[in-house]
Design a protein around this ligand. Structure first.
Ligand SMILES: [Zn+2]
Length: 79
């Protein structure tokens, strides 16, 4: 009766990684990229922030055009 030693080498291994957000070196599983939940959230926020910024910029320019058009129309009435 032999003793079977089963060594399970999982693909996911605890390895030393560098946090993609704050640069902290931590031990993470598999494809973990963040040292903590906080950094994960911060990363998500950052991804969306870029999108939000683009939308805001677009709205800003649209408003500006409307204001210029409105003031031009007002001046046109006066003149
Ligand atoms: Zn971090």
């Amino acid at each position: 009766m032999g003793v079977r030693v089963i060594t399970v080498e999982r693909r996911l291994q605890l390895t030393e990684r560098t946090c993609a957000v704050c640069g902290t070196i931590f031990e993470g599983w598999g494809r973990a990229r963040f040292c903590s939940r906080t950094c994960q959230n911060r990363w998500d926020y950052g991804q969306h922030a870029e999108q939000r910024r683009a939308e805001r910029r677009e709205r800003y320019w649209r408003n500006k055009e409307q204001q210029q058009a409105a003031s031009a129309a007002r001046e046109g009435q006066q003149g």
